[in-house]
Design a protein. Structure first.
Length: 195
């Protein structure tokens, strides 16, 4: 059998790191950051605890990378919307921004659970706080831009109100998922903003 190439080693390393990140995301979201040990993550990922430290210097660094990885899809979707702004009406841009939020909420429930959980726990983790704060700032700026295009003179305050509405909707959906009328709430919110 021939020795492995550098590319094969890199692929194995990337796959192991991804397994760790996925396991950590699931456990942090379910059990909370402070209740999840490195040993538990390693076991869930099917690797040794010692190997974890080859990829991540600390549990906080692992959490930061989990958050960054989880936000990649949202960032790509948001960038795609912003690239197409010139081709669609302001009302359509606002509708698409809201649709995007609901799509991300449905597709990434685990990330949302983790984000809400972390929001109350991470004041002593500046690197993670910075990543989550940046995500919220980017979302707020996008809403400010689309609300301004739609003629809202107080677009910056309206964006904050809209973000608070969306946070509340997300929280209620995550708590009462089986009985929460998400589709109806989404349609009502879009109808209110996209007249």
């Amino acid at each position: 059998m021939a020795p492995r190439t550098n590319e094969q080693f890199e692929q194995i390393r990337a796959e192991s790191k991804t397994k760790i990140l996925v396991a950590a995301l699931e456990l942090f979201a379910i059990d909370g950051y402070h209740n999840t040990s490195i040993s538990k993550i390693a076991k869930h990922a099917g690797i040794s605890k010692g190997l974890m430290y080859n990829y991540f210097a600390s549990k906080e660094q692992l959490l930061k990378e989990v958050v960054i990885l989880s936000l990649e899809d949202a960032k790509k979707m948001s960038e795609q919307l912003l690239q197409n702004l010139e081709e669609i009406s302001p009302t359509e841009a606002l509708r698409l921004s809201l649709e995007l939020f609901f799509q991300m909420l449905i597709e990434n429930k685990t990330l949302w659970k983790l984000t809400f959980s972390l929001a109350m726990q991470i004041s002593n983790m500046p690197s993670v706080t910075a990543v989550i704060s940046k995500m919220f700032e980017d979302i707020l700026q996008q809403f400010e831009m689309v609300l301004q295009l739609n003629g809202y003179s107080d677009y910056n305050i309206e964006a904050k109100l809209l973000a608070a509405h969306l946070d509340g909707i997300a929280l209620h959906f995550l708590i009462f998922e089986k009985t929460y009328p998400l589709e109806e709430v989404k349609n009502k919110l879009i109808a209110n903003y996209c007249k």
